[in-house]
Design a protein around this ligand. Sequence first.
Ligand code: SF4
Ligand code: SF4
Length: 175
Amino acid sequence: MSITDLTSMAGSQTQLRIEINKRLSNLQNETSDYCFQCAKCTSGCEAHKLLELEPHKIVALLKKGLIDEMVNSDIIWTCIGCYKCWERCPQKVAPVQILYTLKNMAVANGKQIPGKYTSMLQSILSIGLIQDIQEAPTYDNKTKKRDALGLPPLSKPTDPQKFQMNLTKIAVEKI
Ligand code: SF4
Ligand code: SF4
C-alpha cells in the first residue's frame, strides 16, 4: 500500500503522535513538528532508491496523526536503518527513529513481520549476529576475510542460553 493511499484513510491519533514525539525528544532530537518538509531525508534514503520509502512523508503522516495506517503498512519494513535521514536532517528530526517506533508498534500489535526479520532474529538469538560472518568481495572478484582487512575478530556469546534469555527480556521491555 502506498503512502498516498494511506493518507486517504482514517482519523488523527493525537495521543500516539504525542508519545512518538516524546520518544524523539528523549533521544535529544526534535519532534516531527520541526520538520519543514525539505525532503533532504528522502533524497539520501537508501530504501527510497529501490523500495520507494519516502521518510519525509512518514514524518508528514506522523504530524497528521495517521499512525495506524503506517503501522499496518508494508512500507515501514523497507527501512534498512542506515541512519542517513537522521544525519541529513537540518532540523534534527529522526525519521529512522519514527520508523523504529512504528515497527515496534506493529510487533506489539501482533502484525505479520517480513520473513527476513524473523531469520535475522533467529540468527541473533543463536550466534549474536544478524548473519554469519561474511568475507568481503574485492574489486578483482575475490574475497577477503576480516583479518586480511585488518579488522578485529567478532565475538559471539560465550553462554548462548543466558544471552538468549537476556536479549528476549530486553526486547519485551522495549516493545
Ligand atoms: S530532512 Fe528533516 S526537515 Fe527535511 S523533510 Fe526530512 S525530516 Fe523533515
Ligand atoms: S534509516 Fe531508513 S528511512 Fe532513514 S535513510 Fe536509511 S533507509 Fe531511509
